[in-house]
Design a protein around this ligand. Sequence first.
Ligand code: KIV
Ligand code: ZN
Length: 518
Amino acid sequence: MTKISKDQIPDNVVIFDTTLRDGEQSPGASMTLEQKIEVAALLDDMGVDIIEAGFPIASDGDFEAVSEIAKNSKDSIICGLSRASFNDIDRAGAAIKHAKRGRIHTFIATSPLHMEYKLNMTPDTVLEKIAASVARAKTHTDDVEWSAEDATRTEHDFLCRAVEVAIKAGATTINLPDTVGYSMPDEYRAMFEMVINRVPNADKVVFSTHCHNDLGFAVANSIAGIQGGARQIECTINGLGERAGNAALEEIVMGMRTRGDILPYDTRIESKMLVRASNLVSAVAAFPVQYNKAIVGKNAFAHESGIHQDGMLKNAETYEIMTPESVGVNATSLTMGKHSGRHAFKDKLSDLGYELGDNAFLDAFTRFKQLADKKKNIYDEDIIALIESEISEANESIRLVSLEVAVSTDRASEAILVLEIDGKQENHTATGDGGVDATYNAIKALTTDSQNLLRYQVQAVTEGTDAQAHVSVRLEEDGKQVIGQGVDTDTIVASAKAYISALNKLVLKRKRNAPDAI
Ligand code: KIV
Ligand code: ZN
């Protein structure tokens, strides 16, 4: 067989984002329909080539998300995942039907371990399933991706046979995942070289990487896969994903951009939107980004030591291999104060990528002024937090009217709370073990206490004791989970807002009787 030379393979790398599918499978990272639509719109604007929007057979919620994202898609291809069964594939086909361009991604495991213990199928049956599933997907769309789950622990001869069958059946993209994050870069690269050189018609399809981060090699492996001939990378914002996560989109994009000398590959990603995407995904999935996370972590461009600061002042390149601006960190992010007017606020929102309708703008401006009265310096991050919480507070049936909390070192804390519930004001005073506990007891007394608090998390949005606190809570009721977020300069008020926002989602869920976490 003739070998495919590297210069026969184009240099464009296709970015396939699976934040809304593999990322959302991450324990505790589920998102509402509205949040998924918002994330997808941002990914589309950012230049993501393919958005894997969900696993339509998994639940009605997943189906609806893929379908709505497909209807709203602009430039991105919208993809739905399916196993190898016809039911799965037809459901995925129906979900992507309204996309400008839709893809079905169908997969089956090919490693001996998975075939024997998980699928309970012989290798020959798996080959038959591959042919049948890809052919079935082709009846819905020309754009069909096939994945060999656990490819990195699959015997090479069998992997080649499986890929050959998938190509013959019409797959246009072949994904070879490192499902369990087991591979090492040299090995992963060699696997692509081997398959591309051995399988007939390999030059007619795009090969794809999909790496998990169990040993911390997901990004390195993805890049190695590209060096081995793959031209699509499956990745997620902030590296969100099953277990230790998936390869982080922002690291891949900036790695290729910064080291273009040895990685001469292009993507369509607008890198200035990376931090915004990271903030949005972190907020909606209630998944904090570690401070020292590459590219988008709070400290990624912070220089603390005197020697570094001195070098930076003389020439930023001494300690910065890429500019903060190139990933969307605004060097002068100190922006607004209480004297800033409507016009400046509107310009700032537009710089940050928000276009609000008239009423939403007026509400946001009022909240901005209230914040500016309490907090001297308003940073971009404060405005982003304010707008994101504004968006999530729409459609609430329970609203916080007022909260007074007395905290003491000698006795139980006391919270005096007034809520508006379905338009009617109600109040309650409760005590608790600290201000947050007292407040939550008061909220539960006025609403319901059938829910369990699974997670309570506080983060400071910016620096200083007047920084806004961003609180996220995860509640569970009858096996359904919801996430609520709240932002305020006071941690207890932010905590109350977060709990109330989660309760509002539970109310919605009860009304809709939705099958899955929203
Ligand atoms: O990790 C994996 O193998 C997957 C497949 C469904 C592509 O997520
Ligand atoms: Zn995966």
